[in-house]
Design a protein around this ligand. Structure first.
Ligand SMILES: NC(=O)c1ccc[n+]([C@@H]2O[C@H](COP(=O)([O-])OP(=O)(O)OC[C@H]3O[C@@H](n4cnc5c(N)ncnc54)[C@H](O)[C@@H]3O)[C@@H](O)[C@H]2O)c1
Length: 378
């Protein structure tokens, strides 16, 4: 039997580039993928970094020109891990070359760009996936299963937060993340997009919202700038009231200057008959309360993730042994490879991630107008 070959091209050698490369190496070892996955090429604007990563991870080739990767006949999937502003141009070029696209979040700098990407992918018939990795982790997938099974009744409230402190220190230098032309929004696109993705996955589409945003640290030192500073052009924090399509209400908050928070992607979903609590800082647990137990013995129970939960058993055969961040990316890549090999839809693809971009844009508009904004208006 001739095994199908899938060639992978990764653009970017930073945090996510390395995480993608590791996941493409690992996923076929842990999941039954009916294809041979080849690390075909890695690209970075820093050609030496691309070469070094090619050697380390075993890519067949390296380049300093991402367009060469997109055009390379050995590449079937283009994984985009460059800064946000480059996602649209790279994705459109990859789609035009007939490649499947695996793009990091946020998908684009705004809803119009995301729409153009979703339209192009639909017209070309290629598969797409956006890197909302938390949707693939066992506790979140299990929460979705419980909600779908009606274990907490109908969702009436979603309280979500995604806080980190990676920019809480005013001495953290200015970077592409602080520039509107490179990153678009600040914490909204970087962290807020993940909790909006989670809200949509667990409680359905957001139809209306009212938001406030703030840039807490207005200036940051330029790297190697001998005391020179530059203005931070996007928000450090955002607080949002939301209304979901089926009537549920909620709050979503995000900050990149929340001292002490390292990856507090957390949510509490209250239903008509129970509540679920998830916190990525304790990613191997789900807390569950259901109203159907005797009152005197009832309370939240903490369920450790284990083989019965979606995706866990591929890594460890015993409960409570803990998965980590990179394992989530492996689960995401396994989903991507299965979707491509079996030709079935991926989630969230460009059309689903476009809806997340619309919510983020509605947040910006609401904060500017100091008013409620309907998501379908943007
Ligand atoms: N899914 C997640 O949990 C998660 C986590 C972190 C970052 N991200 C997303 O991943 C993307 C990258 O973030 P990061 O933290 O890896 O950033 P990073 O700064 O660590 O890496 C970015 C890489 O892109 C390269 N690059 C820049 N311009 C390029 C060009 N023109 N051609 C080729 N390469 C180019 C840089 O040299 C660098 O290697 C962002 O969109 C970010 O939002 C997602």
């Amino acid at each position: 039997m001739r095994v199908r070959r899938i060639g992978v091209g990764v653009i970017g050698t930073g945090f996510m580039g390395r995480c993608h490369a590791l996941a493409f190496r690992t996923a076929p070892l842990l999941f039954p993928v009916e294809a041979r996955v080849d690390l075909a090429m890695v690209a970075d604007v820093n050609a030496a970094a691309a070469e070094s990563m090619a050697r380390q991870f075993g890519f067949a080739a390296a380049t300093g020109d991402w367009r060469a990767l997109v055009e390379c006949p050995e590449v079937d999937i283009v994984a985009i891990t460059a800064p946000n502003a480059l996602h649209k141009e790279m994705a459109l070029a990859a789609i035009a070359a007939g490649k499947h696209v695996y793009c990091e979040k946020p998908m684009a700098l705004g809803a119009a760009d995301a729409q153009a990407m979703a339209d192009a992918a639909a017209a070309a018939g290629v598969r797409t996936l956006v890197g909302y990795n938390y949707l693939h982790q066992p506790a979140v997938a299990f929460a979705r299963k419980l909600i779908d099974r009606g274990e907490i009744g109908s969702v009436v409230r979603f309280q979500g937060v995604n806080d980190e402190d990676y920019m809480a220190d005013p001495a953290v230098p200015h970077s592409w993340r602080c520039r509107a032309d490179a990153a678009g929004t600040g914490t909204l696109g970087d962290l807020g997009s993940h909790i909006v993705a989670l809200a949509r996955y667990l409680a359905g589409p957001i139809v209306e919202l009212c938001a406030v945003t703030r840039t807490v640290i207005a200036e940051r030192p330029l790297p190697g700038g001998a005391g020179a500073t530059a203005a931070v052009e996007n928000e450090d924090q955002a607080d949002i009231l939301v209304r979901f399509a089926d009537g549920a209400l909620g709050t979503i908050a995000t900050s990149r200057v929340a001292w002490g928070r390292k990856n507090r992607l957390a949510c509490e979903i209250t239903g008509s008959r129970g509540t679920l609590i998830f916190d990525q800082e304790r990613m191997n647990e789900l807390r569950i309360y259901t109203a159907d137990r005797p009152g005197e013995a009832n309370g939240f129970r903490t369920v450790p993730m284990g083989p019965p939960h979606p995706g866990y058993a591929a890594f460890v055969p015993a409960a409570g042994h803990q998965l980590g961040f990179n394992d989530m990316k492996v689960l995401e890549v396994a989903h991507l490879l299965a979707g491509i090999v079996e030709d079935r839809p991926l989630y969230p693809d460009f059309s689903a991630a476009l809806e997340i971009e619309k919510v983020l844009q509605a947040v910006v508009r609401s904060a500017e107008r100091k008013a409620w904004v309907r998501v379908d208006e943007v």
